[in-house]
Design a protein around this ligand. Structure first.
Ligand code: AMP
Length: 278
């Protein structure tokens, strides 16, 4: 695996690949890698000739300074995991390589940016749009892989690609979970042992709410989540919504394809998860 930190070095490698007609797969990450990230690399290896992974903790997508400061960083371990996963190129740029000057672009993602994490984390998706468009311009991928754990993010990226008319295919990949059901996340490592136990209730409550939704309706599912979360001293609900999977608008009829999405604080750590309601 080639490890690259400078844009000029990346340019050289990418232009060699392009000259030889290789299909380039790209997996952007913020590091502190887990099996969820590895599954994206594996998906890329199946669908592309070469896989480029980036590790970059993007300052512009953090609306909370402390969240940025305490974001986990485990570069040595990440390198080993990516080598084992068969990644070809790891791009780990310093901030100045990605933002030689401040990025002042403001995207208009319309409704998509005004709900759920867009409402809870102002500016977050604008920062995601900035970094992903910059990384796409550097890596020039044919195909890029994103986890459905960040379901709204996948929709934002698709909108970004549409607005900027970028020649890249976006492939959403399934959520990988720990044995107790908790969605894998770099932020899980920040939980104390007690918080980690409590966090396992998130997928459990989501499943139960899905059952209530099927047997009763949205309101009962929502009330159940509110009560279940508030019964846990260490948990605080940020949002729970049942939306149309294609639009992220709150569903009106049960025959719409539905997804439930949740954001919960466990202690100081904010976790997100989602579940298709089939
Ligand atoms: P992050 O490093 O958290 O920015 O995530 C990088 C990519 O990995 C994003 O496309 C995430 O959606 C994806 N990802 C994060 N957690 C998981 C998971 N548990 N399962 C699958 N993909 C994930």
């Amino acid at each position: 695996m080639r490890i690259i930190s400078l844009k000029t070095d990346l340019d050289q490698v990418i232009s060699e690949y392009r000259k030889s007609g290789k299909r380039i797969g790209f997996v952007p990450t913020m590091g502190a890698l887990h099996q969820g990230h590895v599954s994206l690399v594996e998906a890329s290896r199946k669908q592309a000739d070469v896989t480029v992974c980036s590790i970059f903790v993007n300052p512009t997508q953090f609306n909370d300074k402390n969240d940025l400061l305490r974001y986990p960083r485990t570069p040595e371990q990440d390198i080993l995991m990516l080598e084992q996963a068969g990644c070809d190129v790891l791009f780990m740029p310093p901030v100045e390589e990605v933002y030689p000057v401040p990025d002042t672009r403001v995207f208009d993602f319309g409704y998509l940016d005004k709900i759920l994490d867009g409402a809870a984390r102002p500016g977050h998706f604008n920062g995601v749009g900035q970094v992903v468009s910059i990384l796409f311009s550097m890596v020039k991928p044919d195909v890029a892989f994103f986890g459905q754990k960040d379901y709204q993010q996948v929709m934002i990226i698709r909108e970004l690609v549409r607005q900027l008319n970028l020649p890249v295919e976006i492939v959403p990949c399934p959520i990988l979970r720990e044995p107790d059901g908790l969605a894998m996340s770099s932020r899980n490592t920040l939980l104390s042992a007690e918080e980690r136990k409590v966090a396992a209730h998130v997928p459990e409550f989501m499943q139960k709410a899905a059952q209530i939704y099927h047997e009763q309706d949205i309101d009962q599912a929502r009330s159940y989540i509110q009560e279940a979360v508030s019964s846990q001293a260490l948990m605080r609900l940020d949002y729970y919504m049942i939306c149309d999977r294609n639009t992220l608008r709150e569903i009106e009829h049960k025959n719409q394809p539905a997804i439930s999405l949740i954001a919960v604080f466990v202690g100081k750590i904010r976790l997100i998860d989602n579940l298709f309601l089939d």
